[in-house]
Design a protein around this ligand. Structure first.
Ligand SMILES: Cc1ncc(COP(=O)(O)O)c(C=O)c1O
Length: 422
């Protein structure tokens, strides 16, 4: 009997029910993944017991020897992975990592130039509802409504006109490569600081299958749990000149004690991301996304920008006559988790969207390849066309269950960590 079961059966039961949900359904949420058993093990270690405010070598508490070593290991591994001079691995999440950069480099009232949420940006890049937008007024750029692509010339013109203190690139829903070099040049020409938020594509960059902002853009933020496949968390990477200011912004600026157990799990994740196996994984993530996009396209489902060269794509629901919410609900009933999003270029908010986002990182971690992606594409099309038919949704749900159970038996170790638990 597990300690959790004997101490708290209701919580144990809910952990098992979440594991069952993850097992028996198909996750196509572009920002989710399955942490490896080694990452989960590190996240569940006794480091959770320790206070270690400060940075390695300069802590506010005694007894931080092993904390110093694990944090330094994580830090160095992260710098090596992205070719940066410095990293702070303490941010609790990607949002805090972004706030830390702002706090370290801006004053309230300084302006940001960033991608609008309606076109794929993240709220922490200056949305009015987010603290970032209250402190730092944001001028927004979007995508070209016809092509769905970022228009660097338009951003350069905006930067010249508005003279922002900081230019941000990086998105939550953009299916194409971001030209980090162009952003660095625009920032250089207009005297703006430049931040690349690589939360979504960090794993692809680490694997060398997506361009890196490292060496071009002096401030980089990331999450560690999306394509990077680590524990839930964030990090800041930067040029050495920003190191002290970033450290002070994280603690005591924004956070208290670092989550040392998560930092241990980040260290594991960064080691895993440096392997040839991970490179193969990231390659397959991209191949899978291309195959899924082509299958959807072949089914007559339009995609923002016509496809993808990342891990994600945004399907157009307008022609099908469904809202994002209706599509999300029908897919969930059929055992497929994907999240609605504004369709880029249409100025939609999250209440009424005509887009739905599909991503391949989690499915690829389960060992799925081209064949499964084709099958999934056809299943998605069936659900979207017959979303009001419970018999169809139940039939697709059975097919999804068979598909994921086959993957479970064959290759996936990522959902096995709780096996044998009662
Ligand atoms: C581009 C981008 N930046 C930052 C974040 C925030 O990360 P977190 O949810 O860890 O705060 C996200 C999350 O989805 C994101 O997509």
């Amino acid at each position: 009997m597990s300690p959790l079961f004997s101490t708290d059966p209701p919580t144990n039961a809910l952990v098992l029910s979440e594991q069952k949900r993850q097992r028996e359904t198909l996750t196509l949420i572009a920002s989710e993944n399955y942490a490896s058993p080694a990452v989960l093990e590190a996240a569940g270690t006794v480091y959770t017991n320790k206070y270690a405010d400060g940075v390695p070598g300069h802590r506010d508490y005694p007894g931080c020897g092993p904390c110093d070593e694990i944090e330094e290991l994580a830090r160095q591994r992260l710098c090596a992975l992205f070719g940066t001079e410095y990293a702070n691995v303490q941010p609790y999440c990607g949002s805090i990592a972004n706030s830390a950069v702002f706090l370290a480099t801006l004053r309230p009232g300084d302006t940001l130039l960033s991608m609008s949420v309606e076109d794929g940006g993240h709220p922490t890049h200056g949305s009015p509802e987010n603290l970032s937008g209250r402190l730092y007024p944001a001028v927004r750029y979007g995508v070209d409504p016809a092509s769905g692509l970022i228009d660097e010339a338009e951003i350069a013109a905006l930067a010249k006109k508005e003279r922002p203190k900081m230019l941000i690139c990086g998105a939550s829903s953009y299916p194409r490569r971001i030209d980090f070099r162009a952003f660095a040049e625009i920032a250089g020409e207009t005297g703006a600081l430049c931040l690349a938020d690589i939360a979504h594509v960090a794993g692809l960059i680490a694997a060398g299958v997506y361009p890196s902002p490292g060496g071009r853009i002096p401030l980089i933020t990331t999450t560690t749990h999306k394509t990077l496949r680590g524990p839930r968390g964030g990090a800041v990477l930067c040029d050495a000149t920003y190191a002290e200011a970033i450290d002070a912004a994280v603690y005591p600026g924004l956070q208290g004690g670092p989550l040392m157990h998560i930092i241990a799990a980040k260290a594991v994740c960064f080691a895993e991301a440096a392997t040839a196996e991970f490179r193969g994984y990231a390659d397959q993530v991209l191949t899978n996304a291309t195959v899924l996009a082509k299958t959807l396209d072949g089914e007559g489902i339009g995609l923002a920008t016509g496809g993808t060269d990342t891990h994600l794509m945004i399907a157009d629901l307008e022609g099908i006559g469904l809202s994002g919410e209706e599509a999300e609900r029908a897919l969930e009933a059929a055992g497929i988790c994907a999240d609605r999003c504004p369709f880029p270029g249409r100025n939609e908010d999250y209440v009424r969207t005509s887009g739905i986002r599909f991503g391949t990182p989690a499915a690829t971690s389960r060992g799925m390849g081209d064949e499964e992606m084709r099958a999934i594409g056809h299943l998605i099309a069936t659900v979207l066309r017959k979303s009001g038919d419970p018999t169809t949704l139940a039939a697709v749900r059975a097919e999804v269950a068979a598909l994921v159970s086959h993957m479970q038996r064959t290759t996936c170790v990522y959902l096995a960590s709780l096996d044998g638990r009662t």
